[in-house]
Design a protein around this ligand. Structure first.
Ligand SMILES: Cc1cc2nc3c(=O)[nH]c(=O)nc-3n(C[C@H](O)[C@H](O)[C@H](O)COP(=O)(O)OP(=O)(O)OC[C@H]3O[C@@H](n4cnc5c(N)ncnc54)[C@H](O)[C@@H]3O)c2cc1C
Ligand SMILES: *[C@@H]1O[C@H](CO)[C@@H](O)[C@H](O)[C@H]1NC(C)=O
Ligand SMILES: *[C@@H]1O[C@H](CO)[C@@H](O)[C@H](O)[C@H]1NC(C)=O
Ligand SMILES: *[C@@H]1O[C@H](CO)[C@@H](O)[C@H](O)[C@H]1NC(C)=O
Ligand SMILES: *[C@@H]1O[C@H](CO)[C@@H](O)[C@H](O)[C@H]1NC(C)=O
Ligand SMILES: *[C@@H]1O[C@H](CO)[C@@H](O)[C@H](O)[C@H]1NC(C)=O
Ligand SMILES: *[C@@H]1O[C@H](CO)[C@@H](O)[C@H](O)[C@H]1NC(C)=O
Ligand SMILES: *[C@@H]1O[C@H](CO)[C@@H](O)[C@H](O)[C@H]1NC(C)=O
Ligand SMILES: *[C@@H]1O[C@H](CO)[C@@H](O)[C@H](O)[C@H]1NC(C)=O
Ligand SMILES: *[C@@H]1O[C@H](CO)[C@@H](O)[C@H](O)[C@H]1NC(C)=O
Length: 594
């Protein structure tokens, strides 16, 4: 019988003093474990890892160990203002990666911060909470040959993950979503925006005034996300709902067969012996000689950056690359770390005549203190919104010369290429006191470009080298240019007359393709939606890293469950697909070990 320790730690993360310390039944280091042998070891207690840990421990005869690199999150998750994920960036809860954005004509290669959650819940603990499943086409594109990944089969797993709940302000939500496509008794809270934004009525009016380009969309999670509708977020009762708060709440961490160890960075996984088909069962961790053994399976859930790094350091990757690093190849799988996909993101903004914009909140410390006090007291107010209150999803027109020239990278005709996220204020840009703006994020959600995650030649166990590969394929740059023109069109609807003064960024006189391209190239950053670095492919494919059952090809005992298995990026934000994949994966594992 193992005894769990109660760790209490008061974290002073922000200058805010409302953090409270709580206790959770988790270990601070592997030395506290009373055994080194488990049925399953889950590497990474992030978005997917927490789901797998929860579902496997429903079986009381499975002893499950979760190894998480991040420190204790006691108090942090409960007290984090939903609107402020950036408060966790560059703290002990962030991996602090940097990523390379390749140079292009006239613009040098540059590097950009690339935050990843270093905390239970992983990126779901600090993301922007957008809840978007992608399109039915994304799931139905049968690249793996397994119908189990199709929309119809995956929908129950989406519902199992989801607990739809009222918005923080309890407003009447009729005509803002379609209840028939949601789960009401799952794990992660989802809801509509819980506080009105000054632009709500105007953005919604666009769908009436320009219905051809921006038709009203009742629900973007129905499998056909084309049109303009209400944002849905992973938030309940005005509080962030993450993989950690939902799947690793105290109800579940109290399970006797679930063991969670924090502050534990996995460096490698090893097979038992040199046999034809290596059977992985051993985990090596940083700074300790302790070896941990899984008698049934190792489950890699370290995310699209961590998972390929652990694989390559373990000798699973491209033979030639491994050789050049002096790493002995255990399995030659050249796709590890390749086909990295993420969505490029650009912001444009317009100055406006109104002074009722989110710039006030961004610039006024008194308003911020009021908003914070309101949130602390009642979990309501402006700080419950994670992003825009509406999102618009569009396809390039059928006769678009871009599609003719470069082909269609989307999974099908019900899949958008472009996402617009309009809201007042400057979004992530620096504030300009006494000025007022409306802005929109523009994301190419079906990029054709691919990047890589590779080991640092001089320090393979240090931060991996992340190359975002943005705009290396022909489709993406002209598509982004069209995205800017589409946003321009959205803000040219009659409703904005007298409200919008002029385009501020890029300036009005930036009209040519060349001008827009220069703006795109110098301002693009990442949507932080990394996928594809340990991709799923059909069993007979000559590429890919895992089979449709998520077991690593040419091995036994090693499964991957996280965003790295996505064979291409879904046409939206990636947490909902990751949750659904993890729910199905848990069933696949249970089925194999009945
Ligand atoms: C800042 C940000 C904002 C985002 N916004 C949104 C959004 O609004 N909506 C949306 O849908 N998606 C969003 N995403 C993307 C989404 O959150 C991710 O796609 C998803 O959470 C990834 O889940 P995962 O399980 O694959 O990886 P993660 O959640 O990253 O989990 C990996 C876990 O493994 C741990 N780990 C890694 N390496 C090791 C190691 N060597 N040893 C031990 N543990 C390790 C990590 O600490 C982490 O806990 C955002 C991402 C970021 C970073
Ligand atoms: C990230 O950076 C912060 C600030 O420099 C630091 O305190 C933290 O330890 C870093 N995170 C990791 C995982 O090293
Ligand atoms: C998905 O594919 C299945 C099988 O081909 C098909 O029956 C179904 O109609 C498709 N669903 C959608 C929403 O396209
Ligand atoms: C919510 O709004 C709808 C449509 O406007 C209306 O029919 C319904 O009665 C309202 N519900 C409540 C509880 O007020
Ligand atoms: C949210 O509020 C509802 C109703 O007040 C309650 O039933 C639920 O448990 C709350 N959820 C959380 C996470 O506090
Ligand atoms: C990348 O994915 C494509 C399919 O989308 C595949 O044809 C190609 O072989 C993959 N490349 C690698 C290196 O895995
Ligand atoms: C906003 O504008 C209104 C009317 O134009 C004015 O009365 C008010 O003082 C302004 N508020 C601020 C904060 O500037
Ligand atoms: C900041 O907000 C407070 C509270 O609403 C208001 O009284 C004050 O005038 C604002 N300050 C500025 C500079 O707008
Ligand atoms: C590789 O690691 C070394 C040592 O930490 C560092 O100086 C270098 O910048 C890294 N290289 C890349 C490409 O990140
Ligand atoms: C556009 O206008 C800005 C001033 O708003 C000016 O600095 C810039 O040179 C102009 N660019 C072009 C291409 O005319």
């Amino acid at each position: 019988m193992r005894v769990k320790k109660h760790i209490t730690l008061c974290v002073h993360l922000f200058t805010l003093d409302f953090l409270r310390s709580t206790s959770a039944t988790v270990y601070g280091n592997v030395g506290e474990l009373s055994t080194t042998v488990f049925d399953f070891i889950v590497i990474g207690g992030g978005t997917a890892g927490a789901v797998v840990a929860n579902r496997l421990t429903e079986r009381l005869d499975f002893e499950v160990l979760v190894l998480e690199a991040g420190p204790t999150n006691d108090g942090v998750l409960d007290s984090m203002v939903p609107a402020f994920p950036v408060k966790l960036f560059n703290t002990a809860y962030d991996w602090n990666y940097t990523a390379i954005i390749p140079g292009m004509a006239g613009v040098d290669t540059r590097s950009s911060n690339y935050p990843r959650g270093h905390i239970l819940g992983g990126c779901s603990s600090h993301n922007a909470m957008y809840y978007t499943r992608g399109s039915a086409d994304d799931y139905n594109a049968t690249v793996t040959g397994d119908a189990g990944w199709s929309w119809e089969y995956m929908l129950p797993y989406m519902l199992k993950n989801e607990k739809w709940s009222p918005p923080a302000d309890m407003h009447n939500t009729s005509n803002e979503f379609d209840p028939s496509v949601h789960g009401f008794s799952g794990m992660v809270f989802t809801s509509l925006p819980g506080f009105p934004q000054p632009s709500d009525d105007m953005v919604l009016a666009v769908s009436k005034q320009l219905p051809n380009d921006f038709p009203f969309l009742l629900d973007m999670n129905s499998g056909r996300p084309l049109g303009l509708g209400w944002y849905q977020g992973t938030i309940g009762n005005g509080t962030r709902s993450s993989s950690a708060t939902a799947y690793l709440s105290e109800t579940f961490t109290a399970r006797k067969n679930l063991h969670i160890v924090l502050n534990t960075k996995v460096t490698r996984v090893h097979p038992t012996s040199e046999v034809d088909i290596p059977r992985f069962n051993t985990v090596e961790i940083s700074g300790s000689s302790t070896r941990l053994i899984a008698t049934k399976e190792l489950i890699l859930s370290a995310g699209a950056i961590g998972t390929p790094q652990i694989l390559m350091n373990s000798g699973v990757g491209d033979h030639q690359e491994l050789q050049s690093l002096g790493i002995q190849t255990v399995v030659n799988l050249p796709s590890v770390g390749k086909n990295f996909t993420d969505q490029p993101y650009v912001i444009i903004s317009f100055s406006v005549s109104s002074n009722n914009t989110l710039d006030n909140l961004a610039n006024n410390a008194t308003l911020q203190a009021e908003a914070l006090a309101q949130w602390e007291l009642t979990r309501t107010g402006p700080y419950v919104n994670g992003g825009p209150n509406q999102i618009s999803w569009s396809r390039l027109p059928m006769d678009s010369s871009i599609l003719k020239e470069f082909g269609d990278p989307s999974a099908g005709p019900n899949t958008p290429h472009i996402e617009l996220t309009p809201q007042t204020g400057r979004i992530f840009l620096p504030n300009l006191p006494n000025r007022h703006f409306i802005s929109t994020g523009i994301q190419i959600v079906t990029p054709a470009s691919r990047g890589t995650v590779s080991l640092n030649m001089t320090d393979p166990l240090g931060d991996p080298v992340i190359n975002l590969g943005f705009f290396t394929a022909g489709f993406d740059l002209p598509a982004m240019r069209e995205g800017i023109r589409l946003a321009q069109k959205l803000f040219s609807a009659p409703i904005w007359k007298g409200y919008i003064i002029e385009r501020f960024s890029p300036p009005e006189n930036t009209t040519t393709d060349e001008g827009l391209d220069a703006y795109i190239r110098s301002t693009t950053f990442s949507s932080l939606h990394a996928v594809g670095t340990a991709a799923m492919s059909s069993e007979d494919a000559d590429y890919g890293v895992v089979n449709p059952d998520l077991l690593v090809k040419s091995t036994t005992g090693l499964r991957i469950v996280d965003a790295s298995v996505l064979p291409f990026i879904t046409c939206g934000h990636t947490q909902a697909p990751v949750y659904a994949i993890a729910e199905r994966a848990s069933d696949l594992i249970k089925e194999d070990w009945k």
